[in-house]
Design a protein around this ligand. Structure first.
Ligand SMILES: *[C@@H]1O[C@H](CO)[C@@H](O)[C@H](O)[C@H]1NC(C)=O
Ligand SMILES: *[C@@H]1O[C@H](CO)[C@@H](O)[C@H](O)[C@H]1NC(C)=O
Ligand SMILES: *[C@@H]1O[C@H](CO)[C@@H](O)[C@H](O)[C@H]1NC(C)=O
Length: 501
């Protein structure tokens, strides 16, 4: 898509129609969900469900995948161990780094919030898109617990002269921490799981600082505005900044540099397009990019194993945001597609994804290929190109390419040359992303004007936002920040083994 777009990027209308054609692959209004394989009012109106692009495989089908394949599917654990487990770290050929990996995780966890307690196929993120619920909380109640109620700002604490998320003690939202984490190390964020990784807390801190920074700017422009209006308008500005950064830094990184991507909602004005979005189960399945994660985390020459990195909130303040951003920007992330690249510590996540897809009765990968306008694969060899051992293993496990499952296929498909993943991840991922980003209400003609964002100053903040500004305007000293490892360092990384800690 991005290659094609390159040809036409001066032709606004063609570019538009590419985006619209892409987005139109996503039904809007949404259709099915995991309970209903036919169109009905409950499936449309009950937003506690993720939607679905294809209905579930009916319960009375002869095989688990419909009509093709074996009577029982291969053990998910065995699939993961034989085909997904990392042997040796394979870096992203695009130079993708951990700054990207943590951005991906931080960003997507505002709309991927599986609500296990209600059953499979439910979500806690009722905004179904880029609402910044991961910054502001996913309910009004949580938002109020996180707000300072002064000048529009969010609660914070000052440590070593810098702003950090508040403790749970002062912003009493429900966060997920293991029992042995002391109260004075439990930070509160809009997303309950963000205590898990210092990389997520780094972004939570940056967006918190950004929110409070923008509040100051707006207050200066509008001295008479009350707390509520400052808060609400700042939130819209940060939503705009997020979409801008996702398109112009993040998707730009993924798509290579053939084309300069631009976030310009006006491109779609006058075109038939629905400004709404509903997150799909398939998008959630597809976005489990755990091969990105390294074998250990290296900060200023110190190496952290998973056991000392996960839930270690003191890393955030011990090193500070600058140091962490620099560390994450120079450490390579793994290649997502092509198989054999998930660290053993997190392999269970992939197993969980496969198991969930079975409970949800997801249709075969080839059915999704067709649904997204792609030719179905005719053999496992065609899927994995050149990986004969892998193809033979899949043949043995599944028996029939038309019974191949969605998620393992996305991870095992041959990556494009020099690319982080292959055709299906791009062709299926892009429509969901474009729809989710440009279908945001702030992109609609009714919203997309300076007054929505408090005037020209706020509008300009959105239109000039970037990853490096997000960091550099919110730290004291700004060094390299980006979504790819700088070329010089890529070479050195290969030479120098880090110190053990
Ligand atoms: C949505 O569906 C679930 C499961 O059937 C149900 O528990 C919940 O009450 C429904 N929500 C609404 C708003 O109807
Ligand atoms: C928060 O956690 C407490 C204690 O575990 C629980 O009683 C309460 O229902 C939770 N609140 C929400 C909104 O999940
Ligand atoms: C957490 O990180 C700090 C450095 O910030 C380190 O000194 C400490 O050992 C780590 N904690 C654990 C439990 O590994």
């Amino acid at each position: 898509f991005w290659n094609t777009a390159n040809f036409y990027h001066t032709e606004k209308t063609l570019y538009n129609s590419l985006i619209v054609v892409r987005s139109n692959l996503i039904p809007s209004p949404p259709t099915y969900n995991s309970k209903y394989g036919y169109i009905n009012w409950e499936a449309y109106s009950n937003i506690t469900y993720f939607t679905r692009i294809l209905p579930p495989v009916p319960d009375d089908c002869p095989t688990p995948m419909g009509t093709k394949g074996k009577m029982t599917l291969p053990d998910a654990q065995i699939i993961a161990e034989k085909l997904l487990l990392r042997k040796k770290f394979i870096p992203s050929p695009q130079g993708t780094n951990l700054m990207f990996a943590f951005f991906a995780q931080h960003f997507t966890h505002q709309f991927f919030k599986t609500h296990g307690r209600l059953g499979r196929g439910f979500t806690k993120a009722l905004g179904h898109g880029v609402d910044l619920g991961h910054v502001y909380g996913d309910t009004l109640e949580n938002q109020h617990k996180l707000r300072l109620f002064k000048d529009g700002k969010m609660k914070y604490q000052i440590v070593n002269g810098e702003m950090y998320p508040p403790l749970v003690a002062s912003a009493p939202v429900n966060m997920t921490y293991p029992r042995d984490i002391p109260m004075n190390q439990r930070l509160a964020t809009g997303q309950e799981v963000f205590g898990l990784l210092p990389g997520l807390l780094t972004y939570a801190t940056l967006w918190l600082r950004e929110h409070n920074r923008v509040c100051d700017i707006l207050k200066e422009e509008h001295p008479t505005w009350n707390d509520e209006q400052l808060f609400q308008t700042t939130r819209l500005i940060l939503i705009g900044e997020t979409i801008k950064i996702i398109i112009e830094d993040y998707v730009q990184h993924l798509s290579g540099y053939f084309l300069k991507l631009k976030f310009d909602p006006e491109m779609l004005f006058g075109v038939q397009f629905q400004y709404r979005n509903r997150i799909a189960v398939e998008f959630n399945q597809l976005y489990h990019w755990h091969p990105l994660m390294p074998d250990s985390f290296i900060i200023k020459g110190d190496e952290y194993e998973y056991s000392s990195f996960l839930f270690n909130t003191s890393i955030l303040m011990d090193y500070g945001v600058e140091t962490l951003v620099e560390a994450f920007s120079i450490q390579p992330a793994g290649r997502i597609g092509g198989g054999h690249n998930i660290n053993s510590k997190i392999l269970h996540v992939a197993v969980g994804v496969i198991r969930e897809s079975r409970l949800l009765r997801l249709q075969p990968f080839n059915e999704y290929r067709k649904r997204f306008g792609l030719r179905p694969y005719e053999s496992f060899q065609e899927l994995t190109v050149g990986e004969e051992e892998m193809a033979a293993e899949l043949e043995n496990l599944y028996g029939d390419i038309d019974a191949m499952e969605f998620y393992p296929a996305l991870l095992l498909e041959k990556p494009y040359p020099g690319n982080i993943f292959g055709e299906s991840m791009v062709e299926m991922g892009a429509p969901f992303s474009l729809k989710g980003l440009l279908g945001n209400p702030i992109c609609s003609p009714e919203y997309w004007k300076p007054s929505t964002f408090g005037g020209k100053t706020g509008f300009d903040i959105i239109n000039t936002a970037s990853l490096s500004k997000l960091v550099c305007l919110n730290v004291k000293k700004c060094s390299y920040v980006g979504f790819s490892v700088p070329e010089g360092i890529r070479k050195c990384n290969k030479l120098k083994p880090p110190e053990k800690k």
